[in-house]
Design a protein around this ligand. Structure first.
Ligand code: NI
Length: 205
């Protein structure tokens, strides 16, 4: 079932997620619905507070898709391509975070806006998988960035909170005054951000 994704400034996005005591069938069902929602919305990650559930649960799939819509490992880093995706992780905790990177991030809860955010380049994250078994994810690349972005949601934090005061306020007041761009406009913004990332990547020697 595709769930409704809450948008900033919905106050539910500001609530801290509670630890999951046990991975019950209800929690597994929520995880499956979140995966379905993430795919339907064209996102690479989704945190439970974004669908109004204040629990510590993330779903992620950073794999690009080919022309037939099949996931590939093309363009993924070596570490990232070794991680089995899609990921479902309950109670994720960052155990190691090293080095720095930046990425032009977006969010399904702030559709149509993209800004560069500072993140750790490499992370090790521990948590429970959909069967309640302990897992450790060791990765860099887009997956490391995505894990950090989604874990922020569990603290009630959005990527726009990590920008400079000026940039953050510009986005917030634009949303307040004009609302969100249409889905078509948001898709256009997303395509442009993707192009900009490609150019930035090519520029790196
Ligand atoms: Ni987000």
């Amino acid at each position: 079932m595709v769930l409704e994704v809450l948008k900033y400034p919905d106050p539910r996005l500001r609530k801290k997620g509670l630890s999951v005591k046990a991975v019950t069938p209800e929690m597994q069902e929520l995880a499956r619905n979140m995966l379905e929602t993430m795919v339907a919305e064209g996102g690479i990650g989704l945190a439970a507070p974004q669908v109004g559930e204040s629990v510590r649960l993330l779903v992620i799939d950073t794999r690009p898709t080919d022309e037939e819509g099949q996931p590939t490992t093309e363009g993924l880093s070596e570490l990232e391509s070794k991680v089995v995706q899609p990921i479902v992780i309950f109670n994720p905790e960052i155990k190691v975070a090293t080095d720095k990177t930046t990425y032009e991030e977006g969010c399904l809860s702030v559709p149509g806006f993209f800004e560069t955010v500072d993140r750790a380049q490499y992370v090790e994250v521990e948590g429970l998988d959909i069967d309640g078994k302990k897992v450790t994810i060791k990765t860099d690349g887009l997956l490391a960035i995505c894990l950090q972005h989604e874990m922020d949601h569990l603290e009630g934090k959005l990527f726009i909170d990590r920008l400079s005061f000026v940039k953050s306020n510009k986005i917030k007041s634009r949303i307040q005054k004009h609302g969100y761009p249409t889905p078509e406009e948001a898709a256009e913004e997303r395509a442009e951000a993707r192009e900009r990332r490609k150019v930035a990547k090519d520029a790196v020697p």
